[in-house]
Ligand binder design. Structure first.
Ligand code: ATP
Length: 862
């Protein structure tokens, strides 16, 4: 599109003409046609891999390459059977790997879709909310503070618009925009009459005409230069990778030594010795660790998404497992955000909301102010606007004030919109008494701006306290006569007091239980709110956040504190009221410095830094701005505190399941190595053929490992303290149990090997060792389900994936052992029924022994 270079120089009229659009935007039909022509408004991700590429990448592993080499060498030496088996096994393994990777990627993609930004677009003359990818050239898009900008375009309307463009220009401060035409060629950062895709609105309001979308935007141009959007590895994956690498080097050294001993000391066939060393390396090196983590994490995120928590960064799942402090907003997160007016207060009296007397002028004036000084509307099709204001409108209506009529009769001539720093809102109307400014806001702020005697002030403060103690949100109303309709912030002073209106926002039913669950799980819940301290305390007490021994403070209290003082102070505080976004950052940091992992909720534009500072930033999906969502690691689609607690539970379970899968893989591998080492030290024949180890490690082992990662989640994880943030999976007790369990399975295998040697020679012995190791490892899946014994309990049966994985593995093993044509391929000897019985007995026995060991360990802990 040639127009791009001069968009900022052209007049808006020229652009409308060029793009065949109007200030009323496009029609739906025209937009559909253009979408077809220009393609969807999205960036093509450089890193997207085809299934074939994923499949081929499975062969890029060092060990697999060696196996392929081994297969080639086998073929050259005329051993076509070995070649066929090795190739078949690695191909099957690659297919399994591809299926898992594709599934995990698809599930992460669908998550990305769920949290993809939307845009407010004018179509057929109406503002509609659409997915960003459906925006096209010529569309007119509406912007508000907190929105993300979905396309490049020229501004049509602009009210104090400021945009954060750091993603594009590197400029860290928001850029002020305006409508003025610009002459000449100016750099991107100076094109003040344009907005750009990938940037955010931090302040103000605007409309713009879309001039380019998708890869044609400025962001699209650099997207090609940006690295592929591959997920960063999580800390757990990094630590497992490091562990795997160290272990691999050690194992490769052992394998090289074994190879040397076989060839030079025992004089074995070089090819056989080589194949065996390679197979042992494959058997012992836990190369699947990191990919298991990805698979389990991505399945975990799917479950969380179904339960209203959308994970935007995989690291968040892991982090959720060790969250020890949750800082939550009050309104809408802990409470229902459904306000109902309960009490009014005029003329020094508190009146129940249903007992107002419309004939009294002071009450009528208060009701009219409530209706006129709010933006919300309530009609048959529902409520639109802030719940605080819809409550006021509903109050007016319950007394027969028709909102539309009142607003039609006394139209708004000017306004100062509400903002949560000022905590006030004012509107100007021509009322029967004259030109009047109506102001409403937080009582403490309003009292400072109202003409009252000290006694009157004290009386209002007393009533405010009384109402707040009942958990009610109290707003004060005032008025001021004007001579001209134009008003500025300085006019919100010298007001005449009209009265108070107190409303209830009941706690969500599930909040109390969720808070209880948090506390039982060793997690400290903290309320951080813009509301009044007494109101916040009443609600916090009701749901169990404010407990004896902890206190509620106002955000201002921490302003005078140094970081060290704050660090000492935070454990005492459960409720922070009248908080500003800067306070939030300091509170998070103080908790982090005390060694905690902190989750923090947020919804506004100004919350983004605090959400980024928190270990888990939690944005509100319904009421949150796009800026907050972009900064967060997790988005709640129901804005509910209980969902955070549920996500923590899922995070803990995912972590436990990953641990189970790793334990399964490491202990099974240990058993294989111990058996080989034993045989070589004892001067016995080699216990396994190379193909045996490949069969177990590449085929029968992967499915139970994944199945363990998908174990049903348990509530018991919430009875434990949070895992310390520095604690990895590979702790001493963990490695000890890996070693012990590996030893038990190795013993069963060695016994089977000896029975084989005694009854039929090396071939039978090797078959016995292989089958016992394979079956024991399948049974071992059950052992890894829990730290406690599960035999004879219902938990034994509760994972259908594990049962399925066992069945598949056992069938594959049975096929190899019992179908005669497969015998030479897999180098197994024919076994008598008695010997098969021994294998089953030993494998089952190894499981029973490990179960008994678990029972003893559990008793020891009690
Ligand atoms: P939270 O941080 O828990 O979401 P909040 O919703 O109470 O708290 P704000 O919306 O920032 O926080 O409101 C702060 C204060 O401003 C309220 O306690 C109330 O006194 C006042 N207020 C809220 N909404 C309005 C409004 N529409 N008009 C005037 N004043 C309001």
């Amino acid at each position: 599109m040639k127009t791009e270079k001069t968009i900022w120089q052209k007049s808006r009229e020229e652009l409308f003409q060029e793009l065949s659009s109007t200030p009323e935007g496009l029609t739906g039909a025209e937009a559909a046609r253009r979408l077809e022509h220009y393609g969807p408004n999205e960036l093509q991700e450089g890193g997207r891999k085809s299934v074939l590429r994923i499949f081929l990448e499975q062969f890029a592993d060092f060990l697999v390459i060696i196996l392929i080499l081994a297969a080639v060498v086998s073929a050259i030496l005329g051993d076509v059977e070995s070649m066929a088996v090795i190739l078949a096994v690695i191909t099957m393994n690659a297919i399994l790997g591809t299926v898992q990777t594709v599934k995990a990627t698809a599930s992460l993609d669908s998550l990305k879709q769920m949290s993809a930004p939307t845009a407010k677009v004018v179509r057929d003359g109406q503002v509609v909310q659409l997915p960003g990818r459906e925006v096209t050239v010529g569309d007119v898009v509406v912007l508000e503070a907190g929105d993300s900008i979905c396309a490049d375009g020229r501004l049509l309307e602009c009210a104090s618009l400021k945009c954060a463009e750091s993603a594009l220009t590197g400029e860290s401060l928001p850029v002020e925009k305006d409508l003025a035409d610009i002459d000449g060629d100016v750099p991107l950062g100076d094109r003040k009459n344009m907005v750009f895709s990938g940037c955010f609105v931090t302040y103000g309001r605007a409309r713009f005409l879309v001039t380019s979308t998708g890869m044609h935007t400025e962001m699209g141009r650099i997207a090609a230069l940006l690295k592929s959007t591959e997920e960063k590895k999580t800390p757990l994956q990094v630590s497992l990778d490091q562990f795997g690498r160290k272990l691999s080097i050690g194992i490769l050294v052992i394998c090289a030594l074994l190879f040397a001993v076989s060839v030079f000391l025992r004089g074995e066939n070089v090819m056989n010795a080589f194949l065996f060393a390679v197979a042992l390396a494959v058997a012992a090196i836990p190369e699947a660790l990191s990919s298991i983590v990805t698979i389990v994490l991505s399945f975990g995120t799917q479950k969380m998404a179904r339960e209203h928590a959308i994970i935007r960064k995989l690291q968040a799942v892991e982090g959720l497992g060790s969250v020890s402090v949750i800082c939550s907003d009050k309104t809408g997160t802990l409470t229902q955000n459904k306000m109902t007016v309960k009490k009014l207060c005029t003329g020094g009296q508190i009146i129940p909301a249903d007992g107002a007397d419309f004939s009294r002028p002071e009450q009528r004036e208060l009701l009219r102010a409530a209706l006129l000084c709010s933006d919300a509307t309530v009609n048959e099709s529902g409520e639109v606007g802030d719940p605080t204001e819809t409550a006021l409108v509903r109050l007016g209506e319950s007394y027969g004030f028709d909102e539309a009529e009142a607003r039609g009769k006394y139209p708004r001539l000017a306004e100062l919109p509400f903002d949560s720093d000022r905590k006030l809102m004012s509107t100007v109307h021509q009322l029967p008494d004259g030109l009047t400014m109506l102001t409403k806001g937080a009582v403490d702020v309003m009292l400072g701006r109202t003409r009252l005697s000290p006694e009157e002030k004290a009386e209002i403060e007393r009533m405010n306290e009384e109402l707040s103690q009942q958990g009610l949100r109290v707003l004060a109303f005032g008025k001021r006569m004007l001579t001209a309709p134009a008003i500025g912030l300085e006019d919100e002073n010298d007001l005449q007091f009209l009265g108070l209106i107190a409303m209830m926002d009941p706690p969500r039913e599930e909040s109390k239980a969720a808070v209880g669950e948090c506390i039982a799980a060793g997690i400290r819940p903290i309320m951080i709110t813009g509301d009044h301290k007494v109101t916040a305390s009443a609600i916090a007490k009701e749901i169990g956040i404010l407990t004896p021994g902890t206190e509620a403070v106002e955000g201002a209290v921490i302003e005078s504190m140094s970081d060290e003082e704050l660090r000492e102070f935070v454990p005492r505080v459960s409720v922070y009221a009248r908080v500003s976004p800067e306070h939030k950052i300091r509170i998070v940091r103080a908790w982090q410095e005390r060694g905690n992992l902190v989750a923090m909720t947020g919804d506004g534009v100004n919350d983004a830094p605090a959400l980024k500072q928190a270990d888990i930033g939690v944005a509100m999906g319904i009421t949150g701005t796009e800026v907050a969502k972009d900064a967060a690691g997790m988005v709640l689609t129901d804005d509910n505190f209980a969902t955070i607690v549920q996500a923590v539970k899922n995070g803990r379970n995912v972590y436990t399941n990953i641990k189970k899968a790793i334990q399964f893989l490491l202990s099974g591998n240990t058993a294989g190595i111990l058996t080989v080492l034993y045989a070589s030290l004892a001067g016995l024949p080699v216990p396994f053929a190379a193909v045996h180890l490949l069969f177990i490690n590449l085929l029968t082992d992967s499915l139970p490992a994944i199945a363990l990662g998908l174990e049903p989640h348990s509530d018991a994880v919430m009875q434990e303290k949070p895992r310390p943030r520095s604690e990895g999976i590979l702790t001493k007790p963990f490695l000890l149990s890996v070693g012990t369990e590996g030893l038990v399975i190795a013993l069963a295998t060695i016994i089977a090997f000896h029975i084989g040697l005694a009854s039929g020679g090396a071939a039978v012995a090797s078959t016995m060792a292989f089958a016992t190791l394979c079956l024991s490892r399948l049974f071992h899946g059950v052992n890894c389900k829990s730290g406690h014994p599960v035999l004879f309990t219902r938990a034994f049966w509760n994972n259908k994936f594990l049962l399925g994985a066992f069945a598949v593995g056992a069938l594959l093993l049975a096929a190899v052992l019992l179908i005669p044509p497969l015998e030479p391929l897999f180098q197994v000897a024919e076994l008598s029924i008695g010997l098969v019985g021994c294998i089953v007995g030993l494998a089952f026995g190894s499981m029973v022994v490990i179960q008994v060991l678990k029972a003893i360990r559990s008793m020891g802990k009690k």
